[in-house]
Design a protein around this ligand. Structure first.
Ligand code: CTP
Length: 409
């Protein structure tokens, strides 16, 4: 297997559970290197981790047993994943701000591998805006932050703040280690969110799309190694770490952004919900009630996906979405043909757990060259991964039938 895991242990009562994380990772055959803060050593002896990991434990940045190397940099360079469990409010604050004043936080700045953070603390500390903001910053930089468990806390409070169970931490670490890299070198263009058509400076036409599905696809594609451009309408979602973000407002803006990037992409996934109509005239001043009840004259906006799909070249895979309120699969199949697509992801937005605003989706993926794939209700990030599996399959079969085609990047 040959993978090296850095296990950072910070000074919280849950440090004892980290011994169990260490033990099961070692049993699975990983090389586990443990780093402890000085406060962590007040809860658990370094000897415990040394015995479990069969490796020396680093507790001091300046303790250098081997003059041929700098210990914490050598550990950082060798790491395939760095998991911090428990991560205290203090360590989270330092990581979010780039402070490096002990061996754990210094090494965290030196690693280039994925970072997994398992917070554990009192419920009020966990819910403090400072901790929430710090965790959000870390997520935006690409860290994987586990949800703490809820229950009786060591401080006597009942609430959220328990260290996730050791087997859950181990499962996340293994998932990160075995993450797919099958989109390495592939350029993926994703659109997400609604578009907005202004009526006057304060009023607009739009729809209920929140962008969650498109953002989940962008995130999953980056994690699989793709170079991702995410063209997003107005949403309340934080930017996705590692993608090139292009922000647009109207369907016309979306068209221009997509036309600029689609020709150089291998994959285009159109998850945006563009407004289909816009006012013929946009007023430059606010329409006053005293002006009377306005009568809106609307005109169609361009169909972005259908327009760019006209110039789709042989090696490209284009995916559309079809949000329907009835006969979803029928309408989806018509869109697949009419818009010259390789796949259409259909969902009935009237179903519970599917559609706008929720974190789950229930979709069927229709394919030009293959049977339909009906997925059960699952998280949007799981849908994104299933979709990307099919995209990879479609790309491969196109490249096999046209071996001269190479990814764009
Ligand atoms: N789409 C687009 N430009 C538009 C409308 C839709 O690119 N002006 C894309 C969406 O991103 C989606 C697909 O086309 O991938 C289907 O969108 P949908 O709104 O379901 O369908 P419409 O084409 O608008 O058709 P209808 O109104 O008949 O449902």
């Amino acid at each position: 297997m040959g993978k090296t895991i850095l296990l950072g242990v910070a000074g919280g009562i849950a440090a004892f559970k980290s011994a169990s994380v260490c033990s099961s990772l070692v049993k699975k055959g990983y090389d586990v290197q443990v780093l402890m803060t000085e406060n962590a050593t007040k809860f658990v002896q370094p000897l415990t981790f040394q015995a479990l990991s069969r490796n020396p434990v680093l507790t001091d940045t300046f303790e250098e047993p081997n003059p041929a190397e700098i210990a914490h940099i050598a550990k950082a360079d060798a790491a395939d994943v760095f998991v911090i469990a428990p991560a205290t409010a203090n360590v989270i604050g330092k990581l979010a701000n780039g402070i490096a004043d002990d061996v754990l936080t210094t090494t965290a700045l030196a690693v280039t591998c994925p970072l997994v953070i398992a917070p554990a603390m009192n419920v009020n500390m966990y819910q403090h805006p400072a901790v929430t903001e710090n965790l959000q910053r870390l997520r935006q930089r690409g860290a994987i932050v586990l949800e703490p468990g809820t229950g009786l806390l060591a401080c006597g409070w009942i609430g959220k703040g328990r260290l996730p169970e050791p087997e859950d931490i181990v499962a996340v670490v293994e998932a990160v280690l075995h993450r797919k890299t099958d989109l390495n070198g592939t350029r993926v263009l994703v659109t997400a969110g609604p578009t907005v058509e202004d009526l006057d400076p304060v009023r607009y036409l739009s729809n209920s799309s929140t962008g969650k599905m498109g953002y989940a696809i962008a995130q999953a594609a980056v994690q699989r190694g793709a170079d991702v451009i995410l063209v997003s309408g107005p949403t309340h979602l934080p930017p996705v770490h590692g993608v090139e973000m292009v922000r647009i407002r109207s369907t016309e803006d979306l068209l221009h952004a997509v036309q600029a990037h689609a020709p150089s992409c291998d994959v285009f996934i159109s998850a945006a919900a563009p407004a289909d109509f816009r006012p013929v005239q946009r007023l430059s001043h606010k329409w006053k009630k005293s002006d009377g009840v306005p009568v809106l004259e609307l005109e169609p906006t361009p169909d972005v996906l259908a327009t760019v799909a006209q110039s789709k070249h042989d090696g490209q895979v284009f995916v559309g979405f079809a949000a329907e309120t009835k006969n979803a699969v029928d309408y989806g199949r018509r869109k697949l043909e009419r818009k010259n697509l390789d796949m259409v992801v259909v969902n009935d937005v009237t179903e519970d757990g599917a559609g706008f605003g929720v974190d789950t989706n229930h979709v069927t993926i229709l394919r030009k060259d293959g049977p339909d794939v009906a997925l059960p209700l699952m998280s949007k990030s799981a849908v994104a991964d299933e979709l990307l599996d099919l995209v990879v399959e479609a790309l491969r079969s196109k490249r096999n039938s046209h071996p001269e085609m190479e990814p764009h990047a």
